[in-house]
Every structure is written in structure tokens, then in C-alpha cells.
Design a protein around this ligand. Structure first.
Ligand code: ASP
Length: 309
């Protein structure tokens, strides 16, 4: 398909994990579905109006960051010091420009900060106080510590603290968010945002802040956003590896994703999922877990919302 055929597309995720739809209450399922729908529709309608894929990615992720259901922005988990430290990244597949933040506090929308770093600086990744300072310089909205202290996440923090054990929730909902979009000009963009792992070590940075690990976009191949145990996605350069398998081995997007998730990450003992769009606008999703919140819509495929198998 020619890139000018207006096959606009967007796919978003709200984290993977070994959870099942039937183990959640129906009101929980409705809440997740409507949050995913709102975010994917907002991104899609922006693309329909001729907006860019970078803008659509930021729009969708901001809505997910503002929703306390997901482990990003407002609903972020706490680290071992009882602090919310967030990671995010965004990448433009046309130029390979990228921006990212690691361990940032108090910033309402770390994805927007990533975008400002991409657009307004010569750098790609800023961390901790330096990232916060940059957000202040560009007048990005900040919130109080109270805003990020959601009851559900705080309970999970206290539980993990009692066992002194970092990692996933007991129900294994990782909750990170991400988006990949394909616009009318055939440009791909990808972004990811997270609070990281519950009770992670103070200062720990995961794959979501790292271009090539949790996020990657290249118009020659695909855009990718990952979710899962970040250390495994870093070890395998997961998102970039999908792109390389397409570029150098001629694999399709879904085969490339499957290979990285199952032949690399799973073999090492890791788990998680990925969403992506290839250079002609085809959407792909894969995961090693039973559950993954995701939604997608394109000019050739209707809205789909998924919680678990
Ligand atoms: N990948 C994220 C991290 O390790 C967590 C997640 O996807 O839920 O920080």
C-alpha cells in the first residue's frame, strides 16, 4: 500500500499482566474499556483531521496519564521510598527525533515533557531534578504529591513494603500506557509512559524511558511501545530489535514482535507485551501474558477494545 493512501491508524495500551477479565468486576471492566475508548478515539479523530502521529500519540497518552486506573501520570505506583517517580519517552519515526524523562516527580504529563525535550532541546533523556526543572522552564503543569497518591496504589505500596518485595501487583497488572500512530502523511510515532514497577528501588529506571527498549519509531519499519518487566526489554533492546528484524530480515511486524517476545524475553524469564504499527499502517499486538489492556482503530479496521484472552 502506498503511504499516501490515508490509512490512518492508532493503537494504544494500558499495560499487560497475567490477569483475566472475568476476575475483574464488571464495573472495573467498563471503567477500563471506557478509558481506553476515550483515548483511542481522541487520537484517531486528531489523525482524521489531518493531525500528526506525534500529536495523536501525545493526546492519547495524556488522557491515560490523567486516568487513575493506569500506572502512569496520576495513577503511578510508588517506589521503595514511597515516592512517585515516572518514566516516559516519545519518538518521531520520520526524523528519528526523540525525547524522554526518567524518574521525574510531580509532572502531570511526563509524555508532554518528553515531547518538549524532543522539540526544544538538543538532548533526548533528562532525569530526576533536571527533568523537573525543564518542565518548570516550559510551564508544563505540575501537581502536588497528594494528586499522585491514589488509594489503590498506596495500598499496593504498603503491601509490598511489608514484604519488602518490588515487582508486579499480586494480580499482575502492570498498567503502563503507550500509543503508536500512523498519520495521513504516512509518518509513524510511538510513546510510552509509566510509574514503573511497584516498590521499585529508589532511582530505578525502566525500559519506558529508553528509546530502543520500551519505545521506538522509524518510518522505514514500524513504531513500537512495550510494557512488561522492563529489565528484560532493556536487555533485549526490544523495541529496536523488532524494527531491525523487519529491516534486515524482512520479517512482518507481527512475526518480528512475536520473535522478540517469545524467543528472547520469555526465554530469559521476562514477560509483557507490545503494540505496533508498520510502515503501511498495519496494526499488530502481541503478549506473553493472559491480559493486556489495548484498543485500536484505523481507516480500514473498526474500533477494538481488549482486556484479556
Ligand atoms: N515496563 C515498565 C517498567 O519496567 C513497567 C510496565 O510496563 O508496566 O518500568
Amino acid at each position: 500500500m502506498d503511504v499516501n493512501t490515508k490509512n490512518i491508524a492508532i493503537v494504544i495500551h494500558g499495560g499487560a499482566g497475567n490477569f483475566k477479565k472475568e476476575n475483574q468486576t464488571s464495573s472495573e471492566n467498563v471503567a477500563y474499556e471506557s478509558a481506553l475508548k476515550e483515548a483511542v478515539e481522541a487520537g484517531y479523530s486528531h489523525l482524521e483531521k489531518g493531525g500528526t502521529s506525534i500529536e495523536a500519540v501525545e493526546i492519547a497518552i495524556k488522557l491515560l496519564e490523567d486516568c487513575p486506573l493506569f500506572n502512569a501520570g496520576r495513577g503511578s505506583v510508588f517506589n521503595s521510598a514511597g515516592i512517585v517517580e515516572m518514566d516516559a519517552s516519545i519518538m518521531d519515526g520520520k526524523t528519528l527525533d526523540a525525547g524522554a524523562v526518567a524518574g521525574v516527580q510531580l509532572v502531570k504529563n511526563p509524555i508532554s515533557l518528553s515531547r518538549v525535550i524532543m522539540d526544544q532541546s538538543d538532548y533526548i533523556l533528562l532525569n530526576h531534578e533536571g527533568a523537573l526543572e525543564f518542565a518548570k522552564k516550559y510551564n508544563l503543569p505540575l501537581e502536588s504529591e497528594e494528586y499522585f497518591k491514589t488509594e489503590l496504589r498506596y495500598k499496593k505500596y504498603l503491601k509490598a513494603k511489608k514484604n519488602d518485595k518490588a515487582g508486579l501487583d499480586h494480580d499482575e497488572k502492570m498498567g503502563t500506557v503507550g500509543a503508536v500512530a500512523f498519520d495521513k502523511s504516512g509518518n509513524i510515532a510511538a510513546g510510552t509512559s509509566t510509574g514503573g514497577l511497584n516498590y521499585k528501588k529508589y532511582g530505578r529506571i525502566g525500559d519506558s524511558a529508553l528509546i530502543g527498549a520500551g519505545t521506538y519509531a522509524n518510518n522505514k519499519t514500524c513504531g513500537i511501545s512495550c510494557t512488561g518487566l522492563g529489565e528484560y526489554f532493556i536487555k533485549t533492546s526490544a523495541a529496536h530489535q523488532v524494527s531491525s528484524l523487519i529491516l534486515y530480515k524482512g520479517l512482518t511486524l507481527d512475526k518480528a514482535m512475536h520473535s522478540v517476545l517469545f524467543e528472547e524475553i520469555k526465554v530469559l524469564g521476562g514477560r509483557g507485551g507490545m503494540i505496533g504499527i508498520d510502515k503501511v499502517g498495519n496494526i499488530a499486538i502481541d503478549k506473553t501474558t493472559t491480559g493486556m489492556y489495548y484498543a485500536h482503530k484505523s481507516a480500514s479496521t473498526p474500533l477494538k477494545i481488549h482486556i484479556s484472552d
